[in-house]
Structures are given as C-alpha cells and as structure tokens.
Design a protein around this ligand. Structure first.
Ligand code: HEM
Ligand code: HEM
Length: 224
C-alpha cells in the first residue's frame, strides 16, 4: 500500500474554465428546475435558460480549443472502447484515466446533446398564458406547442442521464474508492506514474474567458 502511494504523482487534469463550467451548470440546472415550477418565476427561468445555452455553447467550442483532457478528440472514443471498459469494470478492474473514461465520455456527450435540446426548445416554448420564449414568433402556435412538449419530455430524459451520472460518480467513490469529485474541484488527480504517459497540456483560462464571451454574444444575438 505504502509502495503504491509513494508512486503516486499529482497531475493537473481539469482546467479552471472546465471546473467553473461544471459547477455553474449544476447550480443553473437546479435553478431551472425550481423556476419552471410556477409562472411568477418564469422570467428568471428564461434568463437562466440563456445562461445554460451560453455555457453549452462555451463547452462545445471548448471541446475543440480547450485543454487536452476536455477536447472531444481526446476523450470521445468509439463504442468498442466503452464496451472494453465496461468489461474491465465487471472483471473488478479499475482502469485509470487522466481525463474522462470511455463510458463517462458517452454520458457527457449525451448530457451536452440533451442540454442543447432543452435550452433550444425553450427558446420557442410557451406556457399558454403569459410566457413565451424569445423565438416564439418564428414558428406557428402548434409548432411552439410541440416544441414545448419536447421541452417538458426532454427534461425527464435529462434527469435520468444526470441521475446515472451522479450514480456513476458515487459508484467510483464507494465501490472503487476513487474520488472523482475532488479533481473536479481542485483540477488535480493523484495517479500512479505509469498512468501519466504524457502530462496533458492546459490552455490559458483567459482563452476560456474569450470563448465564454463569444458564446454569450452569439446567444445575445439570437435572443435579443
Ligand atoms: C437547460 C435549461 C432548461 C431547463 C432545465 C428547463 C426546464 C423546464 C421545465 C422542467 C419546464 C416544465 C414546467 C412544467 O412542467 O410546466 C419548463 C417550462 C418552460 N421553459 Fe424551460 N428549461 C430550460 C431552458 C429554457 C429556455 C432557454 C427557455 C426560453 C428562453 C425556456 C422556456 C420555458 C417556457 C416558456 C416554459 C413554459 C412551458 C409551460 O409551462 O407550459 N426554458 N422548462
Ligand atoms: C445538474 C447536474 C449535473 C450535470 C448537468 C453535470 C454535467 C457534467 C458534464 C457535462 C461533465 C463533463 C465535464 C467536461 O468535460 O466538461 C461532468 C463531469 C463530472 N461531473 Fe457532473 N454534472 C452534474 C452533477 C454532478 C454532481 C452533483 C457531481 C458530484 C457528485 C458531479 C461530478 C462530476 C465529476 C466528478 C465529473 C468528472 C467525471 C470524470 O472524472 O470523468 N456532477 N458533469
């Protein structure tokens, strides 16, 4: 045991923009859920929705220009890799990764797609009384009703995938004894030296701020 801990090395795996993205998204999702409950908080729901849309756009761009561990090219692997990974888990092994594991990668892609659908359909939604998304006027009432139905149904899918996401994190913590939450807070993992084949390149947080700015301008141009 002491041998293993002596061989552990600390490596930075999540850049600051990705960590801020993650925890802001969690807070906003809770806010979106609460503000969707009644019409008096719908104004906040729309503003929160723009913020979610900005974050998702940020993350999509960040997947191309961000640090090595968050680039789609780096962490999205084919279904075979995910199946191999699942088999290894079933054998009781715990393959270690600097960034996302191949199964986690798919749940992240699923969450990003569902979040985009959620925020995208919200733009056209209406509540039959007072509230309309900013792009309501672009479509007919029946199309808006249809998109509103998707907005409501898709939220349940999102809850399901988020539940699986949180269950996976808890599984790692309790069964595999690997804390993934701490790295999402601190940015650092402690891994055996042989897992760190290359130290991931971290890009400047200022680039993250610039990308966030671009995402915010795009959303503003769409909804203003
Ligand atoms: C990811 C972000 C979002 C989440 C999680 C979310 C969630 C929800 C949920 C659960 C409802 C259903 C409330 C009910 O059962 O009546 C709802 C309704 C609604 N949402 Fe969102 N929403 C999001 C983004 C947006 C955006 C971006 C807009 C518009 C700019 C929007 C506009 C609306 C409207 C107008 C309704 C009213 C539909 C109705 O109650 O009939 N939402 N949202
Ligand atoms: C609204 C709820 C949540 C959403 C939508 C969400 C979404 C995401 C996304 C998109 C990522 C990928 C990060 C990236 O590469 O940009 C991620 C990773 C992660 N999330 Fe969440 N998350 C949620 C809640 C939570 C909670 C409550 C926890 C802690 C208990 C958590 C822990 C983590 C961890 C540890 C990772 C990194 C996983 C890894 O090491 O591969 N998430 N999450």
């Amino acid at each position: 045991m002491s041998d293993q801990s002596e061989n552990l090395q600390t490596v930075k795996v999540w850049d600051l923009p990705t960590r801020l993205f993650h925890w802001t998204l969690v807070a906003l999702m809770i806010a979106q859920w609460l503000t969707a409950e009644n019409s008096s908080t719908m104004d906040y729901h729309l503003w929160g929705g723009y913020a979610v849309l900005t974050l998702i756009l940020f993350r999509l761009i960040w997947g191309f220009v961000g640090s090595d561990t968050v680039r789609f090219r780096d962490f999205v692997r084919g279904p075979a890799a995910a199946i191999d990974y699942a088999k290894a888990l079933l054998r009781g092994e715990t393959p270690l990764y600097l960034g996302h594991n191949p199964m986690g990668a798919w749940s992240i892609v699923a969450m990003l797609v569902l979040l985009l659908v959620q925020a995208g359909t919200g733009l056209f939604a209406n509540d039959d009384i007072l509230i309309e998304g900013p792009l309501y006027g672009w479509v007919s009432k029946s199309t808006s009703d249809w998109l509103t139905a998707i907005h409501k149904f898709n939220f349940n899918l999102l809850l399901l995938v988020i539940a699986v996401h949180i269950a996976a994190v808890l599984f790692y913590l309790l069964v595999k004894r690997e804390n993934l939450v701490h790295p999402m807070l601190s940015g650092r993992k402690h891994l055996p030296a042989n897992v760190i084949t290359t130290v991931p390149r971290m890009v400047s947080p200022w680039l993250g701020l610039a990308v966030l700015g671009i995402a915010a301008v795009v959303v503003w141009l769409v909804v203003a």
